[in-house]
Design a protein around this ligand. Sequence first.
Ligand SMILES: [Zn+2]
Length: 312
Amino acid sequence: MSSALQKTQPGSNDPILTFGASTVFIGRNGGKFPYGNSVLVQGSEEAVIIDPSKSLKSHVDQLPKIDRILLSHCHQDHVAGVHQFPEASCHAHEKEVYAIQSMDGICELHGVPADERAEFESDVVKHFSFTPRLDTVGYKDGDIFDLGGGVTIEVIYTPGHTHGHSCLLVRGEHRKDDLLFLADIELSGFGPYYGGVNSSLEQFDQSLDLVRSIDVPWFCTFHHLGVLDKEAFLKRSAQYQGMIGYREKKLLDYMATPRTIDQAVQHRIIYRKSDVGASNDRSEHWMLTQHVARMLKSEQLKEVEPGFYQAC
Ligand SMILES: [Zn+2]
């Protein structure tokens, strides 16, 4: 990361990286959930914060006056710092604005069942300071925020993780500092997460093709990795996208004899066997349901009797 200016705040070990107009605040524990990496973008007219995380709290005193908050999507960890900027306008993809406007909205986005609702509500308030913003404005693919002085942020709509998930492309005075904020295209070893009620495997796969075609020198994830140069991004994103095929291969092996999706969920194809619990079961179920549909279409699987699938 030779062209990045790196420093840390006194009393904190969390790095702060600067790329021209962008400043990346690496989250606590390296941006591991529930924390995350937030980006401050400063033009001559405006300052914008992208995905204010829970750990941004320790940097608030260092920030300039924030004019806008841009949310890549509205999962609880990405909106945890919204309450710190009540004066700033708040923006999210038009398909996901509802999720930051009310408690009902964030519960709907997270697919919280009725019997888990009280616990979820208490958790998002206590641990993520969830504060609804009824005045949130919707953005759409291709919208450009002009911050002045040649600094812009362009919306690159990348659904799949959620139905409103968007990457944000920061361009400034010098091309060498341009940065694509990947949000929860997080490039982890686990692979893409499309296990939420508003997630889509098909769209995630297409979004990965799209971001891999964008030619910028820097890429930033919300969790784990932080900032990568283009070479590292292309390598990691190929491995990450490859997890989709790896999961399908595992499923095909498991379905060498006829099995139901419920049996595959209990067996675990995507999560580890030790990842127990109703929420992991639900995610595994939805992810496998999408894989089965895709593999029926490509004739890798066939339905041998109602609800039982077998490799062709
Ligand atoms: Zn997310």
